[in-house]
Design a protein around this ligand. Structure first.
Ligand code: ADP
Length: 261
């Protein structure tokens, strides 16, 4: 009977969780980048992975995306064991820090890239690109090339491109780090509104304490390849049992506003 209840409990948890990270470890040579990481991410949530440089944030995000293979542990996506799924099979949209747009393609062509390789019917494709341009508020820029856009606009196009294939999860690796402080602040507000509109499960990496506080519903604090706390922005502020997050906060404050423009 107990096994029976346990089985249904696991099924229930998997149905409300978009992502389950189970005991993930990863080494690079002798370096332990992640050590037995466990994490549950609810459907539709907006989660920030926060920690100092080298704490393992990007490695965890890349493992979620299938861009990196863990040494041990499992990744569950919507109840399916996706540990060995390649990126294409995971229904994930990934946005890199440096936009990674195709310079020789127009904005519209950049957005439709994922649809082109899926052989979507031309009118449907046009309609989808139009919807996405509206969503990221760049309708007038369809025929421009990436070099004719500002950094913030480029990153919005990168987001539209990631959303084009209707992923179940959106992963963002330091999406605003290359932008200046004012644009970063605007884009945080914009991304939060966008998330409210489309409610896609979103995980972003940042080492900017303020960015995590302003943007995330839930923050996952990493240090030395381990999760040291998971909580709402308010809970993270209050955290101090062994001062690890305070130590990090002090570190991050000293460089969080020194990005290049
Ligand atoms: P963060 O995103 O928190 O800055 P990363 O996950 O990028 O940290 O990296 C964690 C550690 O793993 C760092 O010390 C980094 O140098 C190392 N690392 C990450 N990727 C590789 C790789 N492909 N090869 C070797 N070492 C790596």
């Amino acid at each position: 009977m107990q096994n029976f209840i346990h089985f249904y409990f696991i099924l229930f948890i998997q149905s409300i969780m978009s992502i389950l990270v189970e005991n993930i470890s990863k080494t690079f040579g002798n370096y332990q980048a992640l050590s037995q990481v466990n994490l549950e991410i609810k459907n539709g949530s907006l989660v920030g992975l926060l920690g100092p440089s080298g704490s393992g944030k990007s490695t965890l995000l890349r493992i979620l995306a299938g861009l990196e293979i863990p040494d041990s542990g499992r990744i569950w996506l919507e109840g399916q064991d996706a540990t060995n799924f390649p990126l294409q099979q995971r229904e994930i949209g990934f946005v890199f820090q440096n936009y990674a747009l195709f310079p020789h393609l127009t904005v519209a062509k950049n957005i439709s890239f994922g649809l082109d390789i899926r052989n979507i019917e031309i009118n449907l494709k046009k309609q989808r690109v139009q919807e996405l341009l509206q969503l990221v508020q760049l309708e007038k820029f369809a025929d421009r090339y990436p070099h004719q856009l500002s950094g913030g606009q480029r990153q919005r196009i990168a987001l539209a491109r990631a959303l084009a294939v209707e992923p179940k999860v959106l992963l963002l690796d330091e999406p605003f780090a290359a932008l200046d402080a004012k644009i970063r602040k605007q884009l945080r507000g914009w991304l939060r509104n966008l998330h409210q509109e489309i409610s896609i499960t979103t995980v972003f990496v940042t080492h900017d304490h303020q960015e995590a506080m302003e943007l995330a519903h839930e923050i996952v604090l990493l240090d030395n390849g381990r999760i040291i706390q998971v909580g709402s922005p308010n809970e993270i502020i209050d955290y101090s049992p062994d001062n690890s997050s305070n130590r990090f906060r002090n570190t991050s404050n000293s460089f969080s506003f020194s990005f290049p423009g």
